[in-house]
Design a protein around this ligand. Structure first.
Ligand code: TYD
Ligand code: MG
Length: 453
């Protein structure tokens, strides 16, 4: 009989090491290695691999490329991030902080899909009573949704086979437990094994499976990287827990465009789509305040106006503080260096705090110019010119680089009543835009000088 082998696998990245160590050699996390057993390969499995029947090889041109039929979920903003609706046999992972609205959104989607399809909601977290209570609050039709409270993978698979739903929600993948693996629910090997089994079922039976995944402190879905590779689509919920707006972002989508953003408002009757979100984060914006700058960011197919705030103040310690919320912290250090070298504004002895108001996460470098101008405005304690919007990437040599879809960004800002824009020279619009004065700059110093007034 083959010996049972033990390995140590990391709870963060799933990487394996032959012996225990304090730090995972794969991702560098501390105290995350736990002992797991791996089933030995059966004696002749190596030969079976060779003798198994091969699949036929086809020319790519011989393969029929059919457009996958999509079923709209009935929730427009969710369909937008999914690329038009759910696809048969797809596995979709929805991640997000606890309490952000994952269960709410999926219950709403299921009950609307339930009008035409057979749907099943598997909950390992809440009792049927709790779900019924939520359904009555959401005023969804409870007759359309079938419910199963279960955490044992084998029982769930049996139900999926017996009931053959067309759409199933698993809430959440971290609560499931399969007997194929001995470790505790929520551990990387459990999560990975359960997700792999569910994916197999989805592909075989054509059931669309929506998995809810919790997010770790660091913001990755627990058992993280492994799940993202297995599933077809990864959606993340983001947003500020204290504001009522919630965003769902597609990080990966095998059936549509990635990085599309759906915007919702949490009301007492569940999540409501916001179809025209460009100005929602500006509700409390005042343009006569130092340190505040409006950025036009392009999220997916829609421009979004976001207020970027900076507070720059004398540091009282050995090491000045740097904090960026919703913007990239690493980029901040670079922007401060460029600001010093190429615009002559020194902030190295200052504490710098940055915030993208409303809880939206901005990953695109087009935010650079807004970040820098907000910092300069706060440092000088001087508001920026009024009715101003800004976008542009900043390079290491102090140049302002063009961004995608400049024209659309400018038009949206003009529509919302902004009258000036500082933009990269290469984004200067060919025809003037009604009511919008465009200041096209090639270098960061020009933008900083313009704001000096
Ligand atoms: P929930 O969907 O349970 O979050 P998750 O599954 O991501 O953990 O969201 C619950 C939060 O939403 C909770 O704080 C209460 C709030 N909520 C509303 O404001 N209105 C509603 O109609 C519902 C159902 C929840
Ligand atoms: Mg939940």
């Amino acid at each position: 009989m083959a010996r049972i082998k033990t390995v140590y696998s990391c709870g963060e990245c799933g990487g394996q090491s032959p012996k225990w160590q304090g730090q995972c050699p794969h991702c560098g996390a501390w105290n995350t290695l736990t002992e797991t057993t791996v089933a030995p390969p059966s004696a002749n499995s190596r030969f079976q691999t060779w003798t198994a029947a091969a699949s036929p090889v086809q020319r790519l041109s011989e393969v029929q490329a059919e457009e996958l039929p999509r079923t709209p979920s009935g929730i427009d903003e969710l369909d937008r991030v999914l690329g038009g609706g759910i696809v048969r046999g797809a596995v979709i992972l929805l991640g997000g902080d606890p309490g952000i609205g994952k269960s709410t959104l999926l219950l709403q989607a299921l009950s609307s899909l339930g009008a035409t399809k057979k749907v099943l909601y598997v909950s390992g977290e809440e009792s049927p009573q709790q779900i019924a209570l939520r359904a009555s609050r959401l005023a969804v039709d409870p007759g359309r949704v079938h419910l199963l409270a279960e955490i044992r993978m084998e029982a769930i698979l049996a139900t999926l086979q017996a009931e053959a739903p067309e759409v199933a929600v698993i809430d959440s993948i971290q609560t499931l437990y399969t007997e194929a693996v001995t470790s505790a629910p929520g551990s990387v090997s459990q999560v990975r094994e359960c997700a792999a089994q569910l994916t197999r079922v989805a592909k075989q039976s054509g059931t669309t499976i929506l998995l809810v995944g919790h997010v770790t402190k660091e913001g990755a879905i627990a058992g993280p990287r492994v799940l993202e590779h297995i599933v077809d689509t990864v959606l993340y919920f983001e947003g500020d827990a204290h504001s009522s707006y919630r965003m769902v972002r597609a990080i990966k989508n095998r059936f549509g465009a990635a990085n599309e953003l759906g915007v919702f408002a949490m009301t007492e009757r569940g999540l409501k789509g916001v179809s025209n979100p460009s100005a929602i984060f500006l509700s409390s914006y005042r343009d006569d305040v130092p340190g505040s700058c409006v950025l036009v960011t392009q999220e997916g197919s829609r421009p979004l106006l976001v207020e970027v705030q900076a507070l720059v103040d004398d540091a009282h310690g050995f090491q000045p503080k740097r904090l960026a919320v919703g913007l990239e912290q690493n980029r901040l250090a670079m922007l401060m260096a460029v600001l010093h070298r190429h615009a002559g504004v020194a902030v190295f002895d200052q504490d710098v705090f940055l915030n993208a108001v409303g809880g939206v996460k901005i990953g695109e470098p087009a935010a650079d110019l807004a970040v820098v101008l907000a910092m300069v405005s706060s440092l000088r304690d001087q508001p920026l010119p009024d009715k101003l919007v800004v976008f542009g990437e900043i390079g290491l040599s102090g140049e302002v680089r063009p961004v995608a879809r400049g024209q659309e960004r400018l038009k949206e800002a003009a529509k919302l009543g902004f009258t000036r824009a500082i933009v990269p020279a290469a984004n200067r619009p060919r025809q003037p835009i009604d009511g919008m004065e465009v200041i096209a700059v090639e270098r960061l110093a020009e933008a900083v000088d313009y704001c000096r007034g």
